[in-house]
Design a protein around this ligand. Structure first.
Ligand SMILES: *Cc1c(COP(=O)(O)O)cnc(C)c1O
Length: 357
């Protein structure tokens, strides 16, 4: 607290990102980063862009990147907004579509940044509970509201909704914007991008951070009809006209078109996820069905907080959210098979030989 803080700053409850340790020997399974590196072609493009032209501002409209992304989805560049990570795009979307409206709605267990943006922009919100299986109940998303946000697959559960369910949510809420946050979609869910042409209230948000291994570059994009994209551009141009620097644009364009690398690495992550899910089930964990690059698990006898603390002292970070009914769950990012094996070995020795499934 300081007398210099504005009332907004004083009342903020900032999002707490997962720990980024400086010790590189730590096995990091706590922030859903991709265990495989970015496309080597993307890295080459970033290096090639590291030159005298950095004295010039980048393309504020990110035209080449938007054209490439649009082409993949059968859309046009007017359907694409590019931003400095999807978090920034989500912030602009909350500001542009939700502030000054009725309370918006999102599930009680979801990406905690949604609540943070509501605080930042003074947006009223209410939550609807996930069901006992941690699934989104589509019927709970039909009362009048100022807007809806769903992560698909959801975080931190990893559970995906089918496109039929997304369409139902869109049809039940035709007069407000529905944001579908697809940060993890490439690991096993269907993108709602195909619904953009027929739904004027849909904004799909994706990121290069997870499936394209570029969390450090900060690139995300949104897909929607031109009137929604224009709103995001108006906010951007009233905030920071150059959200993507020249290196980010060069890297993202190259990463987007290097589809072999993308396909190969995402399938490796999916295979490791299934292997880890089977190993953890054998160790007595309840493992939610994941369509993401992480697993959400709880153990029958050992408390999540204790497991997280002991894994930490073994040099393995996982994420524990000490809140409400997920207090006894852990979110474990899928690493390489070697990292997953090290995790399973560590858990086995923590649980001890006493446990019999
Ligand atoms: C990681 C994540 C994001 C943010 O991604 P950035 O593009 O790195 O800002 C957004 N939504 C969810 C649900 C995420 O897990």
């Amino acid at each position: 607290m300081s007398k210099f803080w504005s009332p907004v700053v004083s009342r903020l409850v900032p999002y707490v990102p997962g720990e980024q340790p400086s010790d590189s020997s730590v096995i990091k399974l706590n922030t859903n980063e991709n265990p495989y590196g970015p496309s080597p072609i993307a890295l080459g493009a970033i290096r090639a862009a590291t030159q005298d032209s950095l004295r010039l501002y980048p393309d504020p409209g990110a035209a080449r990147l938007r054209t490439a992304v649009a082409g993949t989805f059968g859309l046009s560049p007017e359907n694409v907004f590019a931003g400095n990570g999807s978090d920034e795009i989500l912030a602009h979307a909350f500001h542009g579509f939700f502030s000054g409206r009725d309370p918006i709605v999102f599930p009680d267990i979801t990406y905690s940044f949604y609540r943070t943006y509501c605080e930042l922009y003074g947006i009223a919100h209410r939550t609807v509970p996930l069901d006992d299986g941690f699934q989104v109940d589509v019927a709970s998303l039909k009362d009048p509201c100022g807007g809806i946000v769903v992560a698909n697959p959801n975080a931190p559960t990893g559970i995906a909704l089918g496109l039929g369910a997304i369409e139902t949510i869109l049809d039940q809420n035709r007069d407000v914007v529905v944001i579908v946050d697809e940060a993890y979609v490439d690991f096993g869910a269907d993108s709602a991008a195909s619904l953009v042409p027929n739904h004027d209230n849909l904004l799909v948000v994706q990121t290069f951070s997870k499936s394209r291994s570029l969390a450090g570059l900060r690139v995300g994009f949104a897909l929607g009809q031109p009137h929604l994209i224009e709103a995001l551009q108006r906010i951007r141009d009233s905030f920071n006209s150059y959200p993507l620097d020249r290196l980010a644009l060069a890297g993202a364009e190259a990463a987007w078109t290097h589809t072999d690398w993308f396909e190969e690495t995402r399938h490796m992550v999916i295979a490791s996820r299934e292997r880890l899910a089977a190993d953890l089930t054998d160790l007595g964990f309840d493992v939610l069905p994941s369509a993401a690059n992480f697993l959400f698990v709880s153990h029958g006898t050992v408390a999540a907080a204790e497991l997280a603390a002991k894994l930490r002292s073994d040099g393995i970070l996982v994420r524990h959210f000490p809140v409400g009914r997920i207090n006894n769950h852990l979110r474990i990012s899928v690493g390489t098979d070697e990292e997953c094996d090290a995790l399973v070995r560590a858990i086995r020795s923590i649980i001890g030989t006493g446990y019999r499934p």
